[in-house]
Ligand binder design. Structure first.
Ligand SMILES: O=C(O)[C@H](O)[C@@H](O)[C@H](O)[C@H](O)COP(=O)(O)O
Length: 260
């Protein structure tokens, strides 16, 4: 477990641009040292903001897009191509604009796919896909993702792990179905905390006033069942990328004050 490090940016645009720059560097480094990179994407405005900033970054061409595996932390269980699916939004923000290898774009199943309304079967299928990609050196049923990004919800949810719902307590499976999520749509597929913790680096993104209490709670010792974001950490690094508004309720002891 790595203790959280905080980086506070002036506003959400700068936060997205800085995260995109950071992601380019990480991916290029992973490709140089291991031949390929694996990145887990998140849904939500901030995750999509990072992808849009990456699409606009001149340095995006430094990435070898054919040698990157893309996975998702969660998916809204909706039909293929639905505008509210996380993968649809990621495609619009970045993926359609770069030369990815389609075999390495691991979208979560859709509700009109082979599993139909059986979200548990969809979750099992995604767990099996992750297991196939995990090498012996990965020590588990999921690959050692280079970077796993998570948007933080105002209730401290990450991926589709909502406070007190069964998915956040899952300790065995890497992927589960979610019913009755408080954020629409209610049916979702999500990585579990053990799968998230297999990542080398976990980056939590929080911007806006409505995230201030969530960030303060998750970073002040709350339990992961009440505050799922508190249970999201990487093996070598846990990075909270915040804008000033989301950082506004944090105890000053957690990060140095901005220069006057
Ligand atoms: O399916 C989703 O909606 C998500 O993956 C979810 O976990 C999201 O990342 C947070 O709710 C933060 O979303 P915002 O960045 O839009 O606040």
């Amino acid at each position: 477990m790595s203790a959280p490090q905080l980086v506070v940016h002036r506003d959400k645009e700068l936060m997205a641009q800085a995260a995109a720059a950071r992601l380019i560097t990480k991916v290029v480094d992973a490709q140089s040292s291991r031949g390929s990179a694996s990145v887990v994407l998140t849904g939500g405005r901030n995750g999509n903001g990072v992808l849009a900033a990456l699409a606009a970054a001149p340095a995006r061409d430094a990435v070898d897009w054919g040698r990157i595996d893309l996975w998702w932390g969660d998916e809204r269980y909706l039909p293929e191509g639905h505008p509210e699916r996380n993968v649809t939004q990621a495609r619009a923000a970045l993926l359609d604009a770069v030369p990815l290898d389609p075999k390495r774009v691991h979208a979560m199943p859709a509700s009109d796919g082979p599993y139909g309304t059986d979200v548990e079967a969809a979750a099992e299928a995604y767990a099996a896909e992750l297991a196939r990609a995990a090498g012996p050196e990965n020590h588990g049923a999921v690959p050692s993702f280079d970077v796993l990004m998570l948007g933080v919800g105002p209730d401290t949810h990450v991926a589709s792990l909502f406070p007190e719902l069964p998915a956040v307590r899952e300790s065995e499976r890497s992927v589960v179905g979610v019913h009755g999520a408080p954020k629409p749509p209610p049916t979702r597929v999500t990585l579990t905390l053990p799968a998230i913790r297999a990542a080398r680096e976990v980056w939590l993104l929080a911007a806006g006033e409505d995230k201030a209490q969530a960030a303060a709670m998750a970073l002040s010792g709350a339990g992961e069942v009440q505050a799922p974001a508190a249970g999201a950490y990487g093996r070598s690094r846990t990075l909270w990328l915040l804008d000033a508004a989301a950082a506004s309720a944090l105890p000053r002891s957690l990060y140095p004050p901005a220069s006057p």
